[in-house]
Design a protein around this ligand. Sequence first.
Ligand code: AMP
Ligand code: ZN
Length: 113
Amino acid sequence: MPDCLFCKIVAGEVPAKKVFENDDFVAFKDINPQAPTHLLLIPTKHIPGLSSAEDADAAILGRLQLLARDLAKQGGLSDGFRLVTNNGRGAGQTVDHIHYHLLAGRRLMWPPG
Ligand code: AMP
Ligand code: ZN
């Protein structure tokens, strides 16, 4: 297993407030929330970031978006939500296991900082 924080969360070696888990995906609460709802959605497969995703990962990435749809619906986020991935240090990526931030519950500004 890669020495990766989010792989350790998948494996249960690092605690996290998981709100969804199956063989392919985990969603958990961000430890430093930037909005009233701030979840991280990750594939259980270690993909370092969107730049290193392969064509064969298309189904994983597509289903990840549909998981966001489902979690937003379950969470009653009818007022809107934002799904964002930071790719690379210049974009603010700090954990090299692809993850999508699901943010909601406050007015989200555009453009983001
Ligand atoms: P990024 O900066 O886009 O790579 O996002 C990484 C996110 O992981 C940040 O929003 C952190 O607050 C979050 N994070 C870091 N460590 C943990 C942890 N142990 N449990 C939950 N979220 C974490
Ligand atoms: Zn990983």
